[in-house]
Design a protein around this ligand. Structure first.
Ligand code: GLP
Length: 232
């Protein structure tokens, strides 16, 4: 296990680090496929890409997850988030995200996993949930999980529920890449800001795989960079 831990002062410094990391890979032509994440953590990162001259036109992108039942044009969908913050500003070769409105969810998971197998990820960008989830791999998700429909925990429902107004019920299930799908990526960069993420980051840095904190599965990967503003 080799975790590369990068302690930054603030979100801008983190975005700068990710920018240099990605720029390097683009220059070496070792970035054909990238796994992307959603969430507030990713906003400064995508903003910096958008304002830069980085060229993603040769890169195929895969998103980690999507709420079951939300259409692409629903402002709470992850498809909408990605368009808003990145895809409408930067051209990619192709972009994939699970289809929230897929008629047959099981079949949609299979389709997505097959796409991932066809386009192995050079880099996976990750945030982390307060309960240590990566993508929507909630506590106790097995390490060999592939793309599946996840039942969201109460913790996730309350943390992510703040983005939904009362008029709209938040889905309590979501499509998510599995742990195995994520760990297949050649390299992984995880970004975590603020005290709310401290428990998850500390679990990871403790260095022991714990099924209750799915972030710790990253310990079984050989190329993980953790960027955080949390100090020791
Ligand atoms: C959601 C996503 C995760 C993301 C997490 C953190 O639960 N499924 O992929 O890491 O939110 O979000 P934030 O960056 O807003 O803290």
């Amino acid at each position: 296990t080799q975790l590369n831990v990068v302690r930054v002062k603030n979100e801008n410094e983190a975005a700068q680090y990710v920018y240099e990391y990605v720029k390097n890979k683009l220059q070496n032509e070792t970035l054909q496929t990238i796994g992307l994440a959603t969430g507030s953590t990713m906003i400064p990162i995508y903003k910096q890409w958008v304002e830069s001259s980085l060229d993603f036109s040769g890169v195929t992108a895969f998103n980690l997850d999507e709420y079951v039942g939300l259409a692409k044009d629903n402002p709470n969908s992850y498809a909408y988030f990605m368009n808003e913050h990145l895809f409408q500003h930067k051209r990619f070769k192709q972009t994939f995200i699970p289809d929230g409105l897929a008629e047959d969810p099981e079949q949609e998971c299979e389709r997505y996993e097959q796409l991932l197998l066809k386009h192995p990820l050079d880099l996976q960008l990750l945030g982390v949930g307060q309960n240590g989830h990566i993508a929507f791999n909630e506590p106790e998700t097995p390490i060999d999980s592939i793309t599946h429909v996840a039942k969201l925990t109460d913790s996730t429902l309350s943390v992510n529920g703040q983005y939904f107004d009362n008029a709209e019920k938040m889905p309590d299930i979501a499509f998510t890449m599995g742990i195995e799908s994520i760990l297949r990526a050649k390299s992984i960069v995880l970004v975590a800001f603020g005290e709310k993420k401290r428990a998850a980051i500390e679990k990871l840095l403790e260095g022991e795989v714990d099924v209750h904190w799915t972030i710790t599965y990253l310990l079984t990967h050989s190329d993980v960079t953790v960027i955080t503003d949390l100090q020791e």
